[in-house]
Design a protein around this ligand. Sequence first.
Ligand code: ARG
Length: 416
Amino acid sequence: MTEIVVLAYSGGLDTSVAIKWLHEKYHVDVIAVTIDVGNEKDFSAVRQKALKVGAIKALVIDGKELFVKYFLFPALQANALYEGQYPLATALSRPLMVKLIVDAAVAEGARAIAHGCTGKGNDQVRFEVGINALAPDMKIIAPAREWGMTREETIAYAQKHGIPIPVTKKSPYSVDENLWGKSAECGVLEDPWVEPPADVYTWTKSPAEAPDEPQYLEIGFEKGVPVTLDGDVLDGIALIQKLNETAGRHGIGRIDHIENRVVGIKSREIYEAPAATVLIQAHQALEAMTLSKDQLRFKQKVSVECADLIYNGLWFSQLNRDLSAYIISSQRYVTGTVRVKLFKGTCNVVGRKSPWSLYNLGLATYDKGDKFNQKAAEGFIHLWGLPVKTQAQVQLLGDKEGPLSIMGPADTGEDR
Ligand code: ARG
């Protein structure tokens, strides 16, 4: 009996060529598995294409609900941004794809899984670390890493084997999309000095062409998860789609990032993530109101760890579980409503309210009704500054050999 290989199939050129190539090189039958993570593709066409190219079976699995529930909203609760910029759309989708593809491979009796990633990116790492974690006996084949064909050669291979190549003028960029955002690389973007041409952007209007009137939105959160838009209860998928469309229309969510890949390369990526940008901002504003100073500071550190772990392909590690437990616990009181103003490429939080708010008007106000005891500040400052005062008397004012200036070291320009 011919061996079966399950291929993570996107419908693009590389994975289509991989179907034929796997058959020729390894004499295996290919089952194409495509995961719908909300990139609005014509999935029945993708399925038909896999079959036409020679897959013995083609499955499309709707992963949108799982994606939102187990990946996107937890990442939002963590405010996960890789290197402070990238909301991790692609990185978050890979472990879900791994899980669903491993399940399909086991169900189909396959002993190998193939993916279309090259040897230079993060996605190969995420796929393979994930597969090794969930199915240690599964063989992994990476055709695009093995075949060593240039893009022209891949196209020639496709033509020779009657694999359809999109007739429309192919986008000069390498693109990946899902509910949480879009990424673009390659072409002129590889020169970090070149401003991204207008045609890179397909999700967002140019801020200059965005509406001249601002738009206000109210986002309701429950325990750190967005549940309403302008008072309407929406499921996660609909809420994210609506926000992508609305904020995208106002030119929000463009990100130009020189990022550090797992494999040691710096790369220039253009992201569009309108919903993620607005939601993370709004979520942070609600946290600012409902978490203590100490919780906020600690959570920022956890957030960086979460983002790195997701980016680095370590989703299935126990550290992820540990950090998630902390994140979920931290969201107990992150319930309330945030009002944002969308205008010409910017999103600003202009209002927030919560039944669990720690903002106390009686303490904050400078008007009548002030409940803050200003007298108590005197004793507080005395004790707070006591260590500094004690130290300064001995080591700052008392040290005759010490620096002449008590202002600390300064750049005088003499060394330049
Ligand atoms: N640089 C981003 C990441 O590593 C986006 C990668 C996009 N992947 C792709 N196959 N085009 O997550």
